[in-house]
Write a protein that binds this ligand. Structure first.
Ligand SMILES: [Zn+2]
Length: 119
């Protein structure tokens, strides 16, 4: 079965809905956590809560980042530049798009960027 860009586009739309919901759930959960802090006399409970918030904050950040990548990919699709590497302008391999539909870089450029970032 051949994956087409329009199929990837509908996949991106699904991902967009999923990540929006995830973010909304996390944000409402985070609000509850914050209002709960300081209302307990048990130090251990406070420590656990602070730990949970730290985990939450970094998870929320990564979900937000992913959501932005998905939105940017959707915008590129509408602009007619979806599947074209932002860095070198070459077509991104369809197998790579299947694996990461929101990617904006071809494999070669992504590897170069990761290498430069020291990842
Ligand atoms: Zn490239």
């Amino acid at each position: 079965m051949t994956t087409t860009k329009s199929k990837l586009y509908s996949e991106l739309l699904d991902l967009h809905v999923t990540f929006r919901q995830k973010l909304e759930e996390m944000e409402s959960a985070a609000v509850l956590d914050v209002s709960g802090t300081g209302y307990t006399n048990h130090q251990a409970d406070d420590a656990t809560m602070v730990y949970d918030q730290t985990v939450n904050a970094s998870t929320v950040r990564s979900v937000k980042q992913r959501l932005r990548q998905i939105e940017e990919a959707l915008a590129r699709y509408e602009a007619g530049t979806y599947g074209i590497c932002e860095n070198c302008g070459r077509e991104i391999d369809i197998a790579r798009l299947e694996a990461i539909p929101y990617t904006s870089l071809c494999l070669r450029c992504a590897e170069t960027r990761d290498y430069r970032a020291g990842i």
